[in-house]
Design a protein around this ligand. Structure first.
Ligand code: ZN
Ligand code: ZN
Length: 618
């Protein structure tokens, strides 16, 4: 359409002319077109026509030319409430300016209406939101649906869950927008039970609501719930979008649910829901494949992502790192920042590269990268980077060097870092340094359950039962509780979760008889359970039993009975795998000829034919 078409038709009647022009303004898709129409209005003296002027201002801001809107607004003599509301609405991303327009409006004086307030609330953070709330009361507009929705949204965005909830509960009519605002607020604050209740109550659920719920579960450590809900969504024929699929891929990654992840991948590729493998989806796929132990698939996706950003590179480098493929990780890092691509590495890049060095024991290379980060990229190492270095040095047996590094740090060491150092002492049997560190942690109130467990294990390994008893009473006194271990395994597209001693699984009976069979194999090969590793607070026999039912063993037993011989078994554990389970996995991989791939809190273990890719250091 060109401006010519406006003027070639016979001169219409004035009101029809206004209607036509209004339609043209609404339909203009480019700024040039809009300017042409604006010029035509000026020539005809119609630029102050209230409807046309309003529409012009609105179109300028929706086409991203806010400055034209502002100029036009300031040239309009005595703007009415709609124009004031529109200019406020146009500034919803600029809180200060929206509020200043509101103040000017009140000074003029023009009385605000519900549209003004709901526009203003979009721009409000918590504090001005409260002021607008009381103003809405004075104006008698607080119970208007749009205003109260805006208020719920402002409180929700500002993180005032209680006020948002109070207001929401008193709304006689709940719009999809206000329910979504409340739902988002709950999900963001990890109040998933409240979110779920509200979600189930909502009669109309659009894809946004499903996304809030599915993503909320994924972000707060309930990946299985997230997947179950996603399946329900698909069952109800709600079309997922990019946000849904990225959240679902994150859940698959957390669970190690490769089959489900692959399904999402082929869904994106074949189904044309309008979601493409762009940088965001591609990176989510890379991350999922890496966490599910399938590096080849991750790399295939990585190679075809167009316009890879630093996040995409980080995911792939980290993938190689946690699997112990340090050469690949380093090569990719080099390619990213030095040769081909020339992207500036981020904090996470260095965590990924140092992780790769740590998992492969590359001490010299690790120091090189650490120095590169400081000297060439002028980045101050953070606690995570020190953590990688300590892990690297500890692994290489340079416990003292690691301790010196920790003491020379400018940042305050955190419990995770101390735990890493303590673990190194444990592995290299440096009991005296371990004690020194542990005492420091206990006296500075920095000890976590991990600290006590490692210290106790260290004493147990040295057969120092007095030490073990001391730790036990310290632990009791501090009120620290052991985080419960949980393992999951995916079979036939369903994720099965186990905690220690779990009896809830429908096939529990078979699982426990498989466990007995496993024990038979192990005993026949002269294996004795490594009872030293248990926190020494139960009798010998009980200890042995409690080892038998560690969650990863239950998952392993279930994997053995529910998948066909020869298939690899993939297990995900939320904590670090214990010494005994690690030994058992190795033996079972040899006895059954199966590959067992286990992801624990720190890294991947590929068990094959009696040995593990971690080289028994993890
Ligand atoms: Zn175990
Ligand atoms: Zn291992």
């Amino acid at each position: 359409m060109t401006s010519g078409t406006v003027f070639t038709s016979p001169p219409p009647t004035p009101s029809a002319q206004v209607d036509n022009l209004a339609l043209l303004i609404d339909n203009s898709k480019t700024i040039n077109h809009l300017i042409q129409i604006h010029a035509a209005l000026l020539r005809r003296g119609l630029d102050h026509h209230p409807i046309l002027n309003f529409k012009l201002q609105r179109s300028y801001s929706s086409l991203g030319h806010l400055h034209h809107t502002v100029t036009l607004f300031h040239r309009t003599p005595s703007p009415n409430v709609f124009l004031w509301s529109a200019i406020i609405n146009a500034h919803h991303a600029h809180s200060d300016r929206a509020l200043s327009y509101y103040a000017q409006m009140l000074a003029h004086p023009v009385r605000p209406n519900a549209f003004t307030l709901s526009s203003l609330l979009k721009a409000c953070t918590l504090h001005p939101g409260r002021a607008v709330h009381s103003h809405a009361f004075k104006l008698g507009l607080a119970s208007d649906l749009y205003v109260s929705t805006g208020l719920v949204d402002a409180y929700a965005r500002g993180g005032d869950v209680v006020s948002a909830q109070k207001l929401f509960d008193t709304m006689p009519q709940k719009s999809l927008v206000s329910s979504t605002a409340m739902l988002t607020c709950y999900a963001k604050h990890g109040m998933l039970r409240e979110a779920r209740l509200l979600f189930e109550e909502m009669e109309v659920k659009d894809v946004v609501c499903w996304n809030v719920m599915i993503d909320g579960y994924a972000q707060h450590g309930y990946p299985n719930e997230s997947l179950l809900l996603f399946r329900r969504m698909m069952g109800m024929k709600v079309r997922p979008n990019e946000i849904t699929l990225v959240a679902v891929l994150s859940s698959c990654g957390q669970l190690g649910a490769l089959e489900s992840g692959k399904w999402v991948h082929s869904y994106v590729e074949n189904n044309g829901v309008g979601v493409r493998v762009n940088v965001r989806v591609g990176t989510a796929l890379v991350d999922m494949y890496c966490k599910c132990g399938s590096l080849e698939d991750a790399r295939k996706v990585f190679d075809v992502i167009e316009g890879k950003d630093v996040v995409a590179w980080n995911s792939m480098i980290m993938g190689y790192g946690i699997h112990g493929f340090s050469d690949e990780a380093l090569r990719l890092f080099h390619e990213m920042c030095c040769v081909g691509v020339k992207l500036k590495p981020s904090d996470i890049t260095f965590v990924a590269v140092l992780t790769a060095c740590a998992h492969a024991g590359l001490v010299r290379k690790g120091w090189e990268v650490f120095d590169l980060m400081k000297d060439r990229y002028k980045m101050e190492p953070k606690i995570e980077h020190y953590g990688c270095m300590v892990n690297l040095l500890g692994r290489a047996g340079r416990v003292i060097e690691a301790y010196d590094l920790v003491r020379s740090m400018e940042v305050e060491p955190d419990p995770v870092l101390w735990g890493t150092l303590l673990w190194a002492c444990r592995v290299h049997n440096d009991v005296s340094l371990g004690e020194e560190i542990a005492e420091f942690l206990v006296s500075n109130d920095l000890a976590s359950s991990g600290t006590y467990v490692i210290l106790s294990n260290m004493y147990a390994a040295a057969r120092n039962w007095v030490g073990v008893a001391k730790v036990r009473s310290l632990m009791k006194g501090s009120g620290v509780e052991k985080e419960p271990g949980c393992s999951s395994i995916e079979v036939d597209n369903r994720v099965h979760e186990f905690v220690a001693g779990d009896l809830r699984h429908p096939r529990s009976k078979d699982i426990y008889s498989m466990l007995e069979e496993m024990n038979g194999w192990l005993k026949a090969r002269g294996y004795t359970p490594n009872t030293d590793v248990v926190l020494h607070d139960i009798g010998e026999q009980q200890k042995e039993q409690s080892l038998e039912v560690h969650s990863e063993k239950l998952a392993l037993a279930f994997g053995l009975i529910s998948t066909s011989p020869g298939t690899a078994i993939k297990i995900v554990k939320n904590l670090r795998v214990c010494l005994d389970c690690h030994a058992v996995m190795k033996m079972v991989s040899k006895i059954t000829g199966r590959r067992i791939i286990m992801r624990d809190r720190n890294r991947f273990h590929h068990f094959e034919n009696g040995s593990c890719s971690c080289g028994d250091y993890w």
